[in-house]
Structure formats: C-alpha cells, structure tokens
Design a protein around this ligand. Structure first.
Ligand SMILES: [Zn+2]
Length: 135
C-alpha cells in the first residue's frame, strides 16, 4: 500500500500516513538534486542528490502523531482493563483515526491528550451497542 501524502509517523515499526492513516512499510522519501558551488570558488558547479524524508506529522501545539496515538492506546488499555493488548490497541487506534478521516494536525480536532481520551471514549460507547445487536 502506498499513498502520496506528505507527513506521517513511525508506529509499530511501520510508517503511518498522517492524512489517510495508511500503513506503509517504510518512511517515504523523495530525492532532489541540489547544485553545489565548488569550494575553490570557481564557476564549476556540481549536482548533489539530497534525500528528503517525509516529515513527522506534528500538530501546531507540538503533539506528534505518535504521541497522540500513544495516548489513545494507553486509554484503550486502561478502559479495557488490559483485555486489549498493546499492539492490538495501537492498530485499533489507527483504525479509529482512519475512520474519523481528519488529517492529523488539521483544524477539525484539538490534538491534545484530552482529545485522544475523548476519541477513544466516544468510540467505546458503541461497543456495547454492537454486542446487543449481535446477540
Ligand atoms: Zn496518505
């Protein structure tokens, strides 16, 4: 899976896109060529290849995608009293964000700890309802 979005963060040893929350195997990078001036001051210039890594998703308040998801995971583990293992909670948290569809760092959400807890609590409100329907 791949996408062309421009920021994300490393979670579970994978790169998670901060816009569509797709999981990629590695941090996207682009290459660009940069002209360098020779140190001897001559007019001769050479081209150098620069590797540009995809930037870390960071909200204006300084919270990164990884921090935010870590708060969600902590909350999930507490609220399920440990029934949901850490890795599963992480995967689940990314799923919630994907479903909400708000770009990380965007204006639609306040990207703080309280908000991370709220998103989890809101999602869990529907858990019992689902169970009732399947019974
Ligand atoms: Zn993406």
């Amino acid at each position: 899976m791949t996408c062309k979005h421009e920021h994300g963060d490393t979670l579970l040893g994978m790169w998670v896109c901060g816009q569509c929350y797709k999981k990629l195997h590695e941090r996207p990078r682009t290459y660009r060529m940069e002209r360098t001036t020779e140190p001897d001051g001559s007019d001769r210039r050479s081209l150098r290849q620069i590797v540009v890594h995809c930037p870390i998703s960071t909200a204006e308040c300084g919270v990164t995608l990884r921090m935010f998801v870590t708060w969600m995971v902590a909350r999930l583990v507490v609220l399920t009293r440990g029934e949901m293992p850490h890795d599963e909670a992480l995967d689940y948290s990314i799923g919630i964000l994907e479903m909400l569809g708000d770009e990380f760092g965007g204006d639609a959400t306040v990207w703080d700890r309280e908000s991370a807890y709220e998103i989890v609590a809101e999602d869990m409100r529907y858990w019992d309802a689902d169970e009732c329907q399947s019974n």
